[in-house]
Design a protein. Structure first.
Length: 205
């Protein structure tokens, strides 16, 4: 059976990927989370349980917080680097350390495929594709959410069909937590006419 390493966050997109890769594509799924410092031990344990409940072959949490600091954060501190002169460059800089660690893990495992859950709407797809192709050019990249042009509603329906018990209300939003910042995305961030509800943020001012 061919192996795929899935960049797994435990959210809606990567939960969909875990089921689809195994059931529809017949692949052995190895879930890998690259932690840039945004998860507690309890949160990592919950994500591990979710991954295994989805039927993955194995789950590993790769600690990349030190690497992320050494290669990105300290230089942004030295240079007082802010996006638009306003906020820290968190998610985009995290992806370099995350994708690098996951690609190296896939090479060690002898994987046939690498998969990420990025959509076709933002820059994460470029970041993962680019790093994967630089670090592991011999491994084919799968981007299911982008390639199938899936909506979150379609993903939720698919997971329900396969008996997955998910907090579907929470799944309306994508939350990225790291040592250098937290970002939240959802339907409101696809346009400029609405703002995110305060309740979507994992912590309050």
């Amino acid at each position: 059976m061919k192996k795929v390493v899935l960049a797994f966050s435990g959210g809606l997109d990567t939960s969909y990927c875990a089921i689809y890769l195994a059931k529809e594509m017949g692949l052995e799924v190895y879930a890998a989370l690259a932690n840039t410092g945004g998860f507690s031990a309890d949160e990592l344990a919950d994500i591990r349980r979710r991954a295994l409940a989805l039927g993955v072959k194995s789950f590993v949490a790769l600690d990349v917080a030190h690497d992320y600091y050494e290669h990105s954060i300290k230089y942004m501190i030295f240079g007082n680097v802010l996006k638009n002169g306003t906020y820290p460059i968190s998610v985009s800089s995290e992806r370099i350390s995350q994708a690098t660690a996951i690609a190296k893990y896939a090479k060690e495992l002898g994987a046939d495929y690498l998969c990420h859950g990025s959509t076709g709407a933002g820059n994460d797809q470029v970041r993962f594709d680019m790093i994967f192709n630089i670090i592991a050019p011999e491994i084919e990249v799968i981007a299911l959410i982008r390639e199938k042009r899936l909506s979150r509603e379609e993903e939720i329906a698919y997971l329900r069909e396969h008996g997955v018990d998910f907090d579907f209300k929470k799944a309306e939003y994508s939350i990225n937590q790291g040592i250098w910042g937290t970002s939240v995305g959802g339907k409101e961030t696809l346009t400029s006419s609405e703002t995110l509800p305060e309740s979507t943020y994992p912590s309050q001012l």
